[in-house]
Design a protein around this ligand. Structure first.
Ligand SMILES: C[S@@+](CC[C@H](N)C(=O)[O-])C[C@H]1O[C@@H](n2cnc3c(N)ncnc32)[C@H](O)[C@@H]1O
Ligand code: SF4
Length: 293
């Protein structure tokens, strides 16, 4: 399903609105150096059909937003100035509230005026909404992913092949897949199915980090390896600012939920910003060419 048809008047005015908002955003941060709240992360449920060993945000039975709450949360976020939205969970594709599905949430957010909308998903359901970027978790090479995520690798790639909009891969790095980081990036890039590859470093709770994640120097080394892969031309979605910022968050005392969100924000801000910045650069290029005539 879709909210706005591409090529229609509504579709064109949405594109113009998007370009205008990117331009204002760029002026605000780059010229006026204002702090802008751009990205909003909506955790819509914690219901999930998988059981990844490092994940604590699943199936507690205590967190499942009602559609009315979703609408008021999005509306308040929009009023506070957020224009990019990431919907995550649990598994957001299994979210239902009476007759409402995730497509209704996406359309509601579009109608409010959110410009970039992404759904963070495990990819085990068809990716058939046109209005979003899908961020699909692939936890390493086929073998390792299948061990962590219940043998779902081929099913996920099939869904990505049939996706009706852009898909990024996200690798969650832990001790279970860190050794094969380079191999996994190579394998995922070689599928040529993903527009980019982004990462999560394990955070959330100190016990999870201590057992499965990276601290201090180890964390910096992992980030350096990701950065090198980007230098080699792999489609890694990580801005220099996010790379440096994430590397600084190395102290044990800092490992808490808000840093988990910051970590996600590190990679997602990069995802979101690559779109607006290129749009702004393209617009500037067109305008200056026009002026030279
Ligand atoms: C919580 S999941 C929700 C979306 C979907 N279920 C999925 O797995 O992609 C979002 C991302 O967070 C990652 N994640 C889960 N637990 C984490 C943790 N403790 N630290 C960092 N990332 C984590 C997942 O691997 C996934 O890439
Ligand atoms: S698929 Fe996502 S929400 Fe479900 S257990 Fe794995 S990381 Fe957690």
């Amino acid at each position: 399903m879709g909210c706005v048809q591409e090529g229609t008047m509504a579709g064109r005015s949405q594109t113009l609105r998007q370009l205008w908002a990117y331009a204002i955003f760029a002026v605000d941060i780059f010229l006026l150096r204002r702090e802008r709240r751009y990205l909003f992360i909506l955790v819509i449920n914690d219901k999930c059909n998988l059981d990844c060993f490092y994940c604590k945000s699943k199936n507690t039975g205590r967190y499942d937003l009602d559609y009315a709450v979703v609408r008021s949360t999005l509306s308040k976020a929009y009023d506070r100035g957020h224009r990019a939205l990431v919907i995550t969970g649990g598994e957001p594709m299994v979210w239902r509230s009476n007759a409402a599905t995730l497509d209704d949430v996406v359309c509601y957010a579009r109608d409010l005026g959110f410009l970039d909308i992404a759904v963070f998903t495990n990819g085990t359901f068809p990716l058939n909404s046109k209005e979003v970027t899908f961020i699909v978790t692939i936890d390493g090479t086929r073998v390792t992913h299948n061990a962590i995520r219940a043998g779902t690798y081929d099913m996920i790639l099939n869904h990505v092949r049939g996706a009706s909009s852009k898909v990024l891969a996200s690798i969650t790095l832990s001790k279970a897949n860190e050794q094969e980081l380079e191999g996994a990036v190579h394998e995922i890039a070689n599928t040529r199915l993903f527009k980019g590859i982004t990462f999560n470093l394990l955070t959330d709770s100190p016990d999870i980090i201590a057992k499965h994640g990276f601290l201090g120097e180890e964390r910096i080394q992992v980030l350096d390896r990701i950065w090198r892969l980007k230098g080699q031309g792999y489609p890694i979605v990580l801005s220099k600012a996010a790379y440096l910022h994430c590397g600084q968050m190395t102290g044990e005392g800092q490992l808490n939920r808000s840093n988990y969100l910051q970590d996600i924000t590190c990679s997602l801000v990069a995802v979101m910003l690559t779109i607006p910045i290129s749009a702004v650069i393209a617009a500037i290029a067109v305008v200056s060419r026009y002026q030279r005539r």
